[in-house]
Structures are given as structure tokens and as C-alpha cells.
Design a protein around this ligand. Structure first.
Ligand SMILES: [Zn+2]
Length: 541
């Protein structure tokens, strides 16, 4: 901190009146003098503001929103050209969901220090500041952080400070309040007095709401920009990957490729800081936690760090290490955290094979979430049923399978009329054409630096089908000109659903930002028509 002393004093003078509620300023609780190496909330704010003042070209400080008690939840963006939203992979790191886990805020401040003081001198840091956009949230639970310091000297408080209706019990466990499989599986409590109380509803806490909205704001043109994430907790010296809600290693809501990547990334980080890497539920079942939500909703490679110390006999020994431990126990994680920030450029490359590196080309869509597909983007669709969606399809059968309930990867695909209905012809394509348009896809200037468009697909139809029925894939050039690059027409035979492979050159569109349009048509007389696509890719060669 001595390096920043001058700027710190300056910044504190500038921001302190904004950061601290006026009524609280007089009696701001603090750590005991024997632990003054820890930052309380105003000290934390001063250090963040000082970094922004000293390094304005690479640090931008902002609040993602306010806690229940009205305190700002401060964040920093660290990148070159920091005021511009560049097309660089993004990384998110957050700290202090849980009030008593003060070492996590020290870790977050240490990361900010590495990336500022190392910029221009440390080659790894310089490269990562230039090639990534790293966001750090320093204390998601500032009310709890402060309240914990009002004990003698601590309260071992965990939750936020939001009152609960109908009881004097205060607080929600923020890391059980996220909206994926909230309260599903015995990994949280429904009792307001419990330390793991999940809240009245998903995202009932202001703190998780503003976090959710910040992450949502990083979806640009249909694509979540954040590729990797670390949430800092104490304690146990662990690195955890999703899911927490189930002991199953690869449930239907995770692809096997993603699971392998999680294991590889987790172990690679642990080899750098001496922690133990494991699935979150190997510690204990949690539901409604943050990493489950981030992966399930946005496919972010999201990890929990449980910092120093290893498991201890009491909550006091677990959560309040002496401040003399801060420098070594935060520096210990430096190479692990910088490793993940680097891998955010292409998480699958961690698997080490050329094939996986190739997956980091212009398009890699496993359709497990909707990455910007828009139905009827041109407003000219005529189909009345069986419209496209990114969904988990139900199987249907009419003289054999017409819609497959299984997909190529994971559990979802781009499908027409995903639901089964009372018969195979209930939710097939009817009445004309249904289209779905991709997000903008930027192709490199040289056609040799990207491979063909590849995808898995089927067109299934009944015997009353004809050439008026079709599945088409169309490239929309940058100037809007459409070109059909793939077409399968119907015919007067019974054609069952079965996943096939297609590959088409996109060399003609080098250097352009294109869209793909997928079109399914039940034309002419009414017939049973189903179509689907999965694993759509434009890879590196
Ligand atoms: Zn925690």
C-alpha cells in the first residue's frame, strides 16, 4: 500500500463522502489493531479508487449497484483502452459473498495490485491486461462485511443484512440465492434463521440481483463475453467446479466436453497454488449457488476458490487468519489466477489437442443455451406451428422416429416444435416457413484461417411430403445478400429422423460479418415435417 500512499490519500478525499453513508461515517467499524492489515469497507473503497487514479488508462472503477443497506458494490475493469468495450475475452472475479470471509477481499485487492503495478514490467500481466477485459467485484456483501466487524471483535456473520418477513431473523445466504435449481436439492435452508437461508425467492437479495444484472449486461450480440470466472470464498484450500446441486459428474445440463474442460482447468489451477481441485458437490451439496447459475445460464467456466486455511476446528480459526498471513496466502494464488485469465481466450485449448484448439474459431455453438438465435428475424415467416427454438426436444414417432429426444451434445438443439404433443403431427412444422437467424459472425479476412461451416442435422418427413418441404441453411452476407449453402428437400417417402453431418465452405465470405439463417418449410399440401440442427461450428483449420 505504501506505493499508493499519495494517490490513496488523494482518492480517499475525492470519494469517501460518496462511498460511506453519512450516518455511518462517524462510527465505521474496523478490524482490531492487531489485524489492521485487513481492509474495512472505506479502506477497501479508498484503495480501489487510488488504483483508478494512478492507472487511469487501464483501470475503471464502477458500482454494479447497491446492497440492501444502500452501500455500493464496487467493481473495477482492468484492460488496455479501458474506456472502450473491445472485442476481448472477459474474465470476472468476485469476493465476499459471505461476510466473515475477509481474506477474499484482500485477495481481490491483491489481484488489482498485480495487474496495475505489473503492467509494463511483468510480461504475463502486460499481455493479459492488453488481451483480456478483467472485472473484479471486491465485496458483494458490504453490509455483512461491515456488520461482522461490530462484534467483539467479530460476529462470524455469513449472510447479508436483509430483514426477513415475519421473523426477527436477519439475512440471506447470498450463495444460495441464485436462480438455477434454487432450493432444489437439500443444499440450502428454507428457515430464515439458518446460516444457509436461501431467501424467499431466487434473487430475492439486492446483492444477487445486481450481480445477475451485471452479468446479463455482458451479453453482446447474443454472446456472453465473460468466459471464465472465479468466486473467492474461505476456507479449505479448494478449487471447485460445477455442479453443486448434484453428485452426478456429467448431468444432462452439462456437456462432456465442458466437464472435461472444467476438470482440466481446475487441476491446472490447483497445481499452481497447492489447493485440491474437485467438483463442488464433493465438498457438500449446495443449491442456488453462483457457479451453478453462471455455468448453466451462460456456460461460463466458473470456479469457487476456498482460500487459506485448510479445514480448522472452529469458525474462528477457519475465517480469521492473522493479517501476517495475507501477503503469502494471496501471492500463492497469483499464477493460478493469471493462468485462468489467460485460458479465458480459449478454454477448450486447455485440453491440449489441436482439435480442441480448433474449436476456438469464429463459431462454436453446442446449442445448450441460446447464443443469439432469433426466430423470424425478417418478419416474413408463414409457419403456424412447429416454430424453431433452442430447446430440449421430446421424441415423437410415426412409422419410426420423426423427432429425436436425444441431441448430439448435451440435451438441447435447434429444433422445430420441441414438444411432443398428442401425436407426431401435433407440433411438426405446419402452414409454411419458420426461420431462425444467428448472431453476427465475423469471419477472418483470410479464407485459409478458418474452416468450413459444419453442423449436425436431420429433416424427417412422412409419405405425404414433397419437394415443397425443405430444410435450408442460408448465409446472409454483410450486405444482406442471401445464399443457400445447404438444402435438403422433402420427397414422397417416409424419412425418419437421424443425425447426419454437413460441411460447407464459407470461403466466399472472408472478412465479412455474416448471419446464418436456418429455414424449415412445410409447403404444398400438409405433411409431417420435423427438422433439427446441433453443434454448429466454424472452426480454425
Ligand atoms: Zn463463503
Amino acid at each position: 500500500m505504501s506505493l499508493l500512499a499519495t494517490a490513496l490519500a488523494l482518492a480517499a478525499a475525492l470519494v469517501a463522502p460518496l462511498a460511506v453513508p453519512a450516518a455511518a461515517a462517524a462510527a465505521e467499524p474496523d478490524f482490531p489493531s492487531s489485524m489492521s492489515g485487513y481492509h474495512n469497507y472505506p479502506e477497501m473503497v479508498a484503495e480501489i479508487q487510488a488504483a483508478a487514479a494512478s492507472y487511469p488508462d487501464i483501470v475503471q472503477v464502477f458500482s454494479i449497484g447497491k446492497s440492501y443497506g444502500g452501500r455500493d458494490i464496487w467493481a473495477a475493469k482492468i484492460s488496455d483502452n479501458v474506456a472502450t468495450d473491445e472485442a476481448e475475452p472477459e474474465v470476472l472475479i468476485d469476493a465476499l459473498h459471505h461476510a466473515r470471509e475477509h481474506l477474499t477481499t484482500e485477495q481481490a485487492l491483491a489481484i488489482l495490485r498485480w495487474m496495475t503495478t505489473g503492467y509494463g514490467s511483468d510480461t504475463t500481466v502486460t499481455r493479459l491486461v492488453n488481451a483480456r477485459e478483467t472485472f473484479i467485484i471486491f465485496a458483494l456483501n458490504p453490509d455483512g462485511m461491515r456488520y461482522d466487524l461490530t462484534g467483539d471483535p467479530f460476529r462470524a456473520w455469513r449472510k447479508n443484512r436483509q430483514p426477513n418477513a415475519g421473523t426477527t431473523a436477519v439475512g440471506t445466504d447470498l450463495n444460495r440465492n441464485y436462480g438455477y435449481r434454487w432450493g432444489c436439492c437439500g443444499g440450502s435452508s428454507g428457515k430464515p434463521s439458518a446460516t444457509t437461508y436461501r431467501g424467499a425467492t431466487p434473487f430475492s437479495a439486492p446483492e444477487t440481483q445486481v450481480f445477475r444484472d451485471f452479468v446479463k449486461s455482458r451479453v453482446i450480440d447474443g454472446i456472453q463475453q465473460i468466459r471464465a470466472h472465479i468466486t473467492l470464498h474461505t476456507n479449505g484450500e479448494l478449487i471447485l467446479w460445477p455442479y453443486g446441486y448434484t453428485k452426478t459428474n456429467v448431468p444432462a445440463d452439462m456437456t462432456s466436453l465442458d466437464h472435461t474442460t472444467f476438470v482440466t482447468l481446475g487441476r491446472a489451477q490447483a497445481s499452481r497454488n497447492g489447493y485440491t481441485a474437485q467438483q463442488s458437490s464433493d465438498l457438500y451439496i449446495t443449491d442456488g449457488d453462483q457457479i451453478d447459475w453462471l455455468y448453466a445460464t451462460y456456460r461460463i467456466f466458473s470456479f469457487t476458490y476456498e482460500l487459506y486455511p485448510s479445514e480448522q476446528s472452529t469458525v474462528w480459526k477457519d475465517h480469521y487468519p492473522d493479517d501476517s498471513k495475507i501477503p503469502a496466502q494471496t501471492a500463492r494464488n497469483r499464477t493460478a489466477i493469471l493462468y485462468l485469465i489467460n485460458q479465458a481466450g480459449c478454454p477448450y485449448a486447455a485440453l491440449g489437442s489441436d482439435a480442441r484448439r480448433a474449436d476456438c474459431g469464429p463459431l462454436f455453438d453446442d446449442l445448450e443455451i441460446n447464443r443469439g438465435w432469433v426466430r423470424n428475424a425478417a418478419g416474413t415467416d408463414t409457419a403456424t406451428r412447429g416454430l424453431w427454438s433452442v430447446s430440449n426436444p421430446a421424441s415423437t414417432s410415426s412409422n419410426g422416429p420423426k423427432q429425436l429426444g436425444t441431441t448430439v451434445s448435451g440435451s438441447r438443439a435447434l429444433v422445430t416444435g420441441a414438444r411432443a404433443g398428442t401425436s407426431a403431427s401435433t407440433n411438426d412444422v405446419d402452414g409454411g416457413t419458420t426461420t431462425v437467424r444467428s448472431r453476427p459472425i465475423t469471419l477472418p479476412a483470410s479464407a485459409t484461417s478458418y474452416g468450413p461451416l459444419t453442423f449436425r442435422y436431420y429433416l424427417a418427413h412422412g409419405v405425404t411430403s414433397s419437394r415443397d418441404d425443405a430444410l435450408r441453411v442460408i448465409v446472409e452476407a454483410q450486405d444482406g445478400t442471401p445464399t443457400v449453402v445447404f438444402q435438403e428437400l422433402g420427397a414422397a417417402n417416409d424419412d425418419d429422423a437421424a443425425w447426419a453431418s454437413a460441411s460447407r465452405s464459407l470461403a466466399a465470405w472472408a472478412g465479412q460479418t455474416i448471419h446464418l439463417v436456418v429455414e424449415a418449410t412445410d409447403g404444398g399440401r400438409d405433411s409431417l415435417v420435423e427438422a433439427a440442427l446441433d453443434d454448429i461450428r466454424i472452426r480454425r483449420p
